[in-house]
Design a protein around this ligand. Sequence first.
Ligand code: NAD
Ligand code: MG
Length: 383
Amino acid sequence: MNLVVLGATGSIGASTLDVAARHPERYRVFALTAHGSADQLARLCRRHRPRYAVLSSAAENAELRRAFAEFGTELVFGAGALEALAAHGETDAVMAGIVGAAGLASTLAAVRAGKRVLLANKEALVMAGPLVMRAARESGAQLLPVDSEHNAVFQCFSDAKAVRKVVLTASGGPFRAAALDSLKSVTPEQACAHPNWVMGRKISVDSATMMNKGLEVIEASFLFGLPPEKIEVLIHPQSIVHSLVEYADGSVIAQLSNPDMRVPIAHALAYPERIDSGVAPLDLAAARNLSFERPDFARFPCLGLAYDALARGGTAPAVLNAANEVAVEAFLAGRLAFTGIAGVIAETLMAVPPSAADNLEQIMEADARARSQADQRVLALAA
Ligand code: NAD
Ligand code: MG
């Protein structure tokens, strides 16, 4: 199977290449992409020898091109190449591992081309869920969730009409038990120090605010066709139960594993078969305690904002996502307090009322308006 890894230099990219390299007879790395990190991309190409590599933020550079040619890799430049390779005639499977709205176009291109799409880029589904799902139905693309909770739900899902509710588990992040008045002074380093998962910086901050879980509620609603009231969030600090599905007969089915993204990635790569992921077997006796508690919506206002945006529909989830990306970037750059993130998002949602989200143009227009509004809020708070 020819595999394209979009966002190969990220955390999901590394886990994907680790699993694929364990099964060279099944997976051939066809293309790897990175935004700007040419050296890191070159190291990956030396090791995995893809046919193509993409530097999406860079302009044509003949010297770099020659360096990659040594690995038998043709280096191409610019964001347009992401879509071209996602939809390439020889591509079989695409890992959508780019972070944020920047991953939407290439994810949609893979879906429209009818590929097997391993969906890590949850922002694409948050922004354009109905569009992506419709495109998958029309093209016959197989959309396999990689987000650990959605992969768990996918594994536990059987009779859709008998589903009473889906329960997404959340670790609660690094500030689950921190004193509330200490949150305004937390640093990016503290916010990115996740207790159970090593991830990119954006999703790490999202986990600390629990916007990550909010985005996942929206993602689950579109993926599984469920209304918000059938999607519940439960804090589970050990991150061993990845999600649960409750049925009409009272049965609750859960998926468990050690917290390592190679488990859902291996599942999505091999589905419906099962392959070795390299992850150690789960030792429940050693884990001893699996605990659950309800989330505190006052501590984590972003969670409530996401439920609201889902209920409002149309472009509201895209606006929520764009405002969150702007606020998180500002926080990571030291321009916004951690506790300012939710306020920027709430005000942006009010300033940009939801409208129809029937096509990519409408969605990207809402995304742009939300970014400009959120930028203004950040500036106003800094002043
Ligand atoms: P990361 O920051 O580690 O990696 C991001 C990748 O995207 C890099 O390869 C980077 O070069 C590329 N990229 C960044 N901006 C880009 C742009 N403008 N254009 C093209 N490429 C760009 O992020 P990650 O933690 O690997 O997360 C990737 C996606 O997977 C996110 O949507 C995240 O929510 C989702 N996800 C991640 C995890 C995890 O454990 N890391 C778990 C579940 C879901
Ligand atoms: Mg997740």
